[in-house]
Ligand binder design. Structure first.
Ligand code: UT7
Length: 330
């Protein structure tokens, strides 16, 4: 009898050692610690040194997750790296596979911006539920500091770098209780890290576009409005699929974008404050890393316990958004 359910059995995380607090940002742009704290809840962020890579952060987080799950790198069948900032546009998952020595694993990148972890969780579950794979390593990792315009106060105060990972295993009981994923490309222009090819003439009449990425641009107000409206909707939908009510949620674990978004979603869903997981004061918005990073911290602090029911939701560029309801552990 095959185990066609899924269980999340291990977590890990890694962040760069370098801190940048709000006060230090006032040396770069016209801002204040007060503005950033009140409008976002962020107090500091971690920033990768030029020599630090997504591969290194992701590998460190993965080793912890694999150890907690009590498996071996050779047991991993699939590595999914959710990231928008790979070390290499061809993907970074294979390098992580090599560094881990996960010789049997097939590895690829998955891009869904700040929704990447939730989209990855659901993707991993499909491979396990169909009986194809038994052990999946899902990583959310981003180094957005490489792609931020450090002169743009509307965006540079928000982001930080980090990685989080989970091991998802085949299990008799299915701990992914419900999910809902959505995309809306008509609002794509709200949040971009776009390639604007530079016209380059190769020979007479033959032009190509030389790769040239622009820093992050964002319509903050629109993204804020979108998140506060859409996130409660998908959580409600995922809860409906799980046949659960809001009261049965032990933890609300949202993408750590802005404390005001966390508060507004919590209020709309009528979830008590003590059930909300928030660590963005320390890390800022780490994009695909934010959910697994907060999950790992809460598990290691003993806040999240086996069988706790977690409602998670990612939202961001694409636009993409999604929610999953899962139980921690087997
Ligand atoms: O992963 C998903 C990624 N993105 C998000 O989740 C972002 C969602 N949006 C937000 O979190 C908020 O919209 C922001 C935090 C980005 C901005 O907060 P806001 O309350 O929407 O501020 P605002 O854009 O309406 O700006 C208010 C004022 C403006 O000045 P005026 O026009 O009123 O004179 C801005 O120019 O604040 C000014 N401002 C700043 N002032 C000091 C914008 N950024 C800063 C800053 N420091 N860093």
């Amino acid at each position: 009898m095959q185990n066609l359910g899924i269980a999340i059995t291990g977590s890990g995380s890694a962040v760069p050692a370098t801190f940048l607090d709000n006060q230090s940002l006032t040396q770069l742009v016209e801002t204040t610690d007060e503005w950033i704290s009140i409008r976002t809840g962020i107090r500091q962020r971690r920033l990768a040194k030029p020599s630090e890579t997504i591969t290194d952060l992701a590998t460190a987080a993965s080793r912890q997750a694999i150890a907690m799950a009590g498996i071996n790198p050779h047991d991993v069948d699939l590595i999914l790296l959710a990231t928008s900032t790979p070390d290499d546009l061809f993907g970074s998952a294979c390098k992580i596979q090599a560094q881990l020595g996960a010789t049997k694993a097939v590895a690829f990148d998955l891009t869904a911006a700040c929704s990447g972890f939730v989209f990855g969780l659901v993707t991993a579950a499909q491979y396990i539920r169909t009986g194809v794979y038994q052990n999946v390593l899902l990583i959310g990792a981003d180094i957005l500091s490489r792609w931020v315009d450090w002169q743009d106060r509307r965006t540079c105060v928000l982001f930080g770098d980090g990685a989080g990972a989970v091991v998802i295993q085949a299990n008799e009981k299915d701990c992914l209780l419900g999910f809902e994923l959505r995309s809306d490309g008509t609002q794509n222009n709200c949040l971009n890290l776009a390639c604007t090819p530079e016209p380059t003439e190769l020979t007479q009449g033959v032009k190509v576009g030389k790769g040239n990425f622009q820093p992050i641009t964002m319509n903050g107000k629109e993204v804020y409005r979108f998140a506060v409206q859409k996130v409660p909707e998908v959580i409600d939908k995922a809860l409906f699929r799980a046949n659960l009510s809001v009261e049965q949620i032990d933890w609300l674990l949202l993408h750590q974008a802005n404390q005001r978004i966390l508060d507004a979603v919590r209020e709309r869903l009528n979830i008590p404050e003590h059930k909300v997981i928030s660590n963005l004061a320390n890390y800022g918005n780490t994009s695909a890393a934010s959910i697994p990073l907060a999950l790992d911290e809460s598990v290691r602090q003993g806040k999240i316990k086996p069988s706790d029911i977690i409602a998670t939701s990612g939202f961001g560029a694409g636009l993409t958004w999604g929610a999953a309801i899962f139980q921690w552990g087997r």
